[in-house]
Design a protein around this ligand. Structure first.
Ligand SMILES: Cc1cc2nc3c(=O)[nH]c(=O)nc-3n(C[C@H](O)[C@H](O)[C@H](O)COP(=O)(O)OP(=O)(O)OC[C@H]3O[C@@H](n4cnc5c(N)ncnc54)[C@H](O)[C@@H]3O)c2cc1C
Length: 398
């Protein structure tokens, strides 16, 4: 299919807003099918490369990275985790993911996923505009949708396409361009947030530890041999500067209990991450489709966000090809994508909400609520069926 460029207008099959995992993976897989795409991204490549977010990849996400044949280092630099640990009041139980459901997860930071994808797209000579501003989409219900933006040199530009993928994250401009009477926004908020740190220390544990105690939630995660990622539950209004390093480590240690001793080191980054659950239905409007966080966000407890971005793309690409084979024949293929994606999104919403509720304390929790959650923890960790239920959702279902 064709790609033509004039000085300020590019004409491609698919215009993509957002150069995160959903946008770049879509562009690469479309190119493999001979479909031309152009990507615009409001942040610089360097800024995305150095922003720390997801770390846990489902086996299906790893398969997509490998099968895309982009030279991803996931199998050489990533770490397979065949289990994960749940801890309640210091009682630790390992959920043997692989043994329970035959699948593992992989620790491979989102920055590395981004680096792989951005390098592959540039090696394909794919059109990408970093550091853009003033993004606007138009003509979504016509045969000539377009993306207008200002490029990094301050020049007004336009991408004309046969359809647009809105992969522009949780504050999506594309989503907001769907009229309010056409879309339904489903969301719920949580009365807590995560206080996240990066510290220079060796790993405290070889696998993730999700912990709860009377002090709330904590997560021990890993990044590399020398830098670690950890979180603990906090009030959404918390100012990170009010916490010094020792107070942070003491809080995480108190949630962990004595079974695991934290490896401490200089904290090089700290931030507070409020979160909520959100779904936009449908994830399509005319010739626009939403993919990834633009269509849905989940609390990070279930480690689902990046993985959902990839499963959206997996469902989307064949439907884009179907649509482009006869673009004037209607948008049924794009509506089918929305339905397929939403079926999985709601399963992931449930898992993320459930895991969040199990592992966090709400401000108004009474003694009954706390002991009931202990009962739930024992039910999940205490039988092969309970462990398999957790493992099935955590690894991303069959
Ligand atoms: C602390 C934290 C931990 C997480 N842990 C995990 C985990 O372990 N596992 C997991 O699967 N997920 C996790 N997630 C979620 C994961 O990071 C996101 O779900 C994932 O980034 C979604 O990818 P995306 O491509 O849809 O969106 P994004 O990565 O947000 O990419 C969207 C891009 O669009 C760009 N953009 C936005 N607006 C515009 C515009 N107007 N014009 C041009 N560009 C625009 C943005 O700059 C951004 O780069 C975590 C998230 C956080 C915050």
């Amino acid at each position: 299919m064709s790609a033509a460029k004039t000085e300020d207008i590019s004409t491609v099959d698919v215009g993509i807003v957002g150069g995160g995992p959903a946008g770049l993976m879509s562009a690469i897989l479309l190119a493999r099918r001979g479909i031309t795409a152009a990507v615009i991204e409001q942040r610089s490549e360097q800024e995305i490369r150095t922003t720390h977010r997801a770390g846990i990849l489902e086996a299906g996400t790893v398969d997509m990275l490998v099968q895309a044949d982009i030279g991803s280092c996931v199998l050489t630099e990533g770490h397979e985790h065949t289990g994960t640990i749940l801890s309640f009041d210091g009682t630790q139980v390992r959920i043997p993911l692989k043994e329970a459901v035959g699948r593992s997860v992989w620790l491979y930071p989102q920055n590395e996923v981004f680096t792989d994808l951005a390098r592959a797209w540039q090696e394909e000579d794919g059109e990408v505009h970093w550091s853009v501003s003033d993004t606007a989409v138009s003509g979504l219900t016509t045969s000539t949708p377009a993306i207008d933006f200002t490029d990094s040199d301050g020049r007004a530009r336009r991408i004309e396409a046969k359809m647009i993928i809105g992969a522009d994250g949780s504050r999506s401009v594309c989503r907001r361009s769907i009229p309010e009477d056409v879309r339904t926004d489903y969301f719920t908020e949580y009365p807590f947030a995560w206080f996240g740190i990066l510290c220079e220390a060796p790993p405290t544990a070889p696998e993730l530890i999700y912990a709860n105690s009377q002090d709330g939630f904590a997560l021990i995660s890993q990044r590399s041999a020398t830098v670690q990622r950890m979180y603990f539950q906090c009030d959404p209004e918390t100012n990170p500067d009010d916490w010094d390093d020792e107070a942070i480590f003491d809080r995480i240690q108190s949630v962990l209990g004595s079974a695991t001793q934290l490896k401490r080191g200089p904290i090089i980054s700290k931030n507070v991450l409020p979160f909520r659950s959100y779904v936009c239905e449908p994830m399509t409007y005319g010739r626009l489709v939403l993919a990834g966080d633009a269509g849905h966000t989940v609390p990070p407890t279930g480690a689902k966000g990046l993985n959902l971005a990839f499963t959206d793309v997996r469902a989307l690409i064949p439907r884009v090809e179907e649509f482009l084979a006869a673009p004037d024949g209607g948008t049924a293929a794009l509506e089918q994508y929305s339905q397929t994606a939403l079926d999985r999104v709601w399963k992931a919403q449930h898992f993320s909400y459930w895991a969040t509720s199990l592992m966090h304390n709400r401000p108004n929790d009474d003694a009954f609520a706390y002991r009931r959650r202990r009962g739930e923890f024992d039910a999940i960790t205490g039988s092969p069926e309970g462990r398999a239920y957790f493992a099935d959702g955590y690894t991303g279902w069959a």
